[in-house]
Design a protein around this ligand. Sequence first.
Ligand code: HEM
Length: 545
Amino acid sequence: MLTSILVVAAIPAIAIYLYQKLYYLRFQQYAAWPQLQPSLLWGHLKAMNEFIESGVKQRHVDILFREIKEHLGNPPVYLLDVRPAQSYPIGILCNHEVAEQVSRATKALPYSMDKSPTMDFMEPLTGPSSVLTSQGEEWKALRRRFNPGFAPQHLLTLLPCILDRSWHFFEILDRYAASGEVFSLDELCINLTFDIIGAVTMDEDFRAQAGPEAQSEIVKLYRAINLSYRHIPTMANVSSTPRALARSHQAKFAELKEYSAKGGKKSRSVVSLSLQDTDELTQRILDQTCDQLKTFLFAGHDTTSILLQWAFYELSRTPRALESIRKELDEIFGTDPSPSVVRDALLAPGGEQLIQRMSYVSAVIKETLRLYPPAGTSRYHPPGSGVNVQLPDGSSLSLDGVAVYNCATIIQRDEAIYGETKDDFIPERWLGDTDTSMETNVDTKTGKIPPSAWRPFERGPRNCIGQELANLEARVILACAVRRYDFTKIGLGEIERDEKGQPILNEKGQFETASQLYNIMQITAKPVDGTRVRVQLTPESAKTL
Ligand code: HEM
């Protein structure tokens, strides 16, 4: 009897305790952060849902984050309390100076802040020991091991391979130009960049562009994995495909063992670098190498293919930019627009210097990655770590316990930096500072754009190891393609025409479009419709046939 009375009496006390605890978590713990009005039970989940419902539901979270930031009056950072959906809140970093403090090395954090557990969703794809998600000394050792494979001088030796793989791409485009068929540029670009990264990582020809019959199993598996992330991945498809990948990689290692035994350790492919100094292929080494291969294969093709799609699309609706890029290429390679002319010049002695002269091409790449960064970084330190950042007003903010996200989509469209043209495709803004390398990226001559306000490859020690490869691929492919083809977007983002069937040029020098092409989240940020296009040979190219 007494026990029952005590239990009944304890209920209000427990309820009050729980209420106070929840009240603290929702309204006090992170009160220093700008944020939407939280609800006691749901934090910001309900409010976020209202934002999701107010627009196209599939849109990429970066677009949603941007809308919330504008709603909040453009603070430099803000908080989304997504507990209990996740055990920690998310901090959206919208200001380049704050983002820079998260990504740079400090005395206390020589490899910058740790990667966030929000990255765990990548594990089925990249494995537990991936260079992308590993931390501390383990990460440093991996990075050191792979750096030689991405040194600028070494990358130039890949030029013949990049050009060779690109040839299939141009052949396929020629076929589509002849048939007039509508096709997915996404599929073509993915297959192209997969073939290139296959050669770089494994010295392999995956024949991704050779059609479903001839494609390597790995290509099909990656496609399946990627699609499984389109919606919430089901355990079945996410867990089985990487296992199959692992089997496939392990078969490769057996070959490699033989290859190494013959003294073939000179290659700088990821697989060779991963196994260098290895005398015995233990299961641990096999597993670790497999994780790195999975990481490089994925990270090395997906993002670059997105860059190409958006670049072709933006050029197709910006006649001024298309004219400028073609003019630059005419000046460098002569007026014959055949890709073979560009290839021959690039492969001839001194060809590398021609790449350095492609300022406008680089500006197009830089501007495309500014508007449509395919990826970002997220970092986390648990409560009590003592990690703070300084906000632009000089105040200090604790990041402890918050998974912070450097939202490049927001940062790279900051009106305070890019002005009223923040949402417009203007490659010219980069002329005079077309260096796409994050290490050497410097202020423009006018000093207007701070280096940290352009961060598609992220910055600091955990920046993208493959950025120079991506830049090289994109420059070579654009240089060969933009004078040969005219792309026309079909469906979403299609150009509007007047009653005479002519495109309508707006005051920004771009063709008006009837709707807007946008990104969705499919691991990275990619165009929603796979970039459906039609392609034609340019009149100059048609003449050379
Ligand atoms: C346009 C193309 C690319 C973009 C926009 C891009 C973007 C990024 C970003 C934002 C990160 C940081 C991710 C994070 O902190 O979670 C990153 C890391 C990484 N990227 Fe890329 N990437 C591109 C191309 C490539 C290529 C071609 C490769 C491989 C050859 C590659 C391999 C990697 C790897 C291995 C990391 C992890 C680096 C580390 O933590 O040390 N990426 N990339």
